[in-house]
Write a protein that binds this ligand. Sequence first.
Ligand code: HXC
Length: 517
Amino acid sequence: MTIAKERMDALQARRDEVKALASEDKIARRRAEGRMTARERIAAFFDADTFQEMGAYAHHHAKEFGMAKKRMPGDGVVTGVGQVAGQPVAMFSQDFMVSGGTLGEVHANKIVEAMSYAGRCGIPVVGINDSGGARIQEGVDALTGYSRVFRQNILLSGVVPQIAIIAGPCAGGAAYSPALMDFIIMTKSHAQMFITGPEVIKAVTRQQCTPEEVGGAVMHASVSGNVHFVAEDDADALRIAKRLLEYLPPNNLCDPPNHPSLTLDLTANADLDEAVPSDPKAPIDMRRVIDGIFDKGSFFEIQALFARNMIVGFARLDGMVVGIVANQPMFKAGTLDIDAADKAARFIQTCDAFNIPLISLVDVPGFLPGVAQERGGIIRHGSKMLFSWTTATVPKITLIVRKAYGGAYMAMNSKEMGADMVFAWPCAEIAVLGEEGAINILYRKELKECADPKARAAELMGEYRKTFLSPWQAAESGQLTDVIEPSRSRAVLSLALRNTINKREARPAKKHGNIAL
Ligand code: HXC
């Protein structure tokens, strides 16, 4: 039996309708801005011809404000699942050309359906945001739709990776869907994300600002910390999302995509012996240490523009995926401040959720002193790092490169905070605090009263350096697995990772801990 021609024609007509593009001038404007349409973004992201669209014919049933007669292809969002390098990934891509990509009840249902499919099937979700927000004509039904999207984001958190791309407007409460996901990629131009934009800010506070100042990609990547990656354009955003997927497992029950080599590379890297300047006050460039230890070209930095005193990112070590948490002494002397603590804590939690072992590289003189830090709650923010390290059950390896002072020593994951193995270079300084601070506290009175305080202080500091500013007290008290030559770091960490990779750590049953947020 063949299907009647009119039925086939009807199918084609429906297909044409959902794929209908906006007017020529709207498309021309978009192209001139170097931006893609919702479907072009999908085509550019997935392996050719692998996208299976879901619910393409869903249509709104709103009636108010002229909606009864309004046909809206796909209700302003394209959803489905496709293959990226042979692996399934779910996607929603908001279509700004259909009523501004606004979210109504059916639009929300489509997004929730794609996400819930991803949760059931254990596959990542990538969501492309390009929308005027809640569809005004649908009133509370639009808000209900957002509630359902947020709830689904939260239910999937820690189950499958969720990546948000902001490639257009993302205003008001709509910004909370990306904020509830694991990573946010934002295009440099034509994208804004804010809760209240310039108009509302001006009306309420009389402050003047541009959309870029309160919602641009560079601001969010460098100041607010909301955005993990700034993309040059749509194509770059899609490329970044695909690169992220190379390091992430499809879900929390799988390992990340490891490609271990058959034989471990145990060769020494002499360059690392030169990485530490002879002047203890000169900063070490931690990027050089990272490049010397991890597989060439594998380091993928996250939040590179935010809290630059802390480096986080994925890399491979002899083919195995790891998360790196490292101090960067080139900025703020590598101290821990509020932003650095938040950045590190979130990354540790992300890695733990997705079974990615953590390697900490330490050169930290302490927490950043200052009124703004104390008033801003550095105690609360710093505690997130401690909490995150100890709750993480993935393999955790620490390498102390130079300074590891006071509370910051623990916040970078000491043995007693839960590190499985801790290594230190011979130039490591593991102590309560540096020599100047220590001597000033211990000998304040004596130094005030003695004839030559400078000479006496130098003498005492020398003694302090000899006693405490080395790895040896920590090694003798059992806090170090080993003290190693810098040149052997790659070999030692590779071995440590292979030896620790099957770690299983049981914890007492509880609903959840109570991290200070
Ligand atoms: C219905 C909307 C809309 C909205 C835009 N449109 N926003 N329709 N509800 N929220 C429609 C326009 O009428 C127009 O329809 C089409 O989308 C394109 O919009 P333009 O204004 O022509 O485009 P542009 O000049 O590029 O400006 C885009 C924009 C602007 C910056 C997004 O439209 C805008 O400011 N919209 C309102 C944004 C907003 O305040 N949203 C509510 C946020 S609060 P036609 O038919 O002419 O193509 C929110 C609450 C969420 O979302 C709560 C969650 C808890």
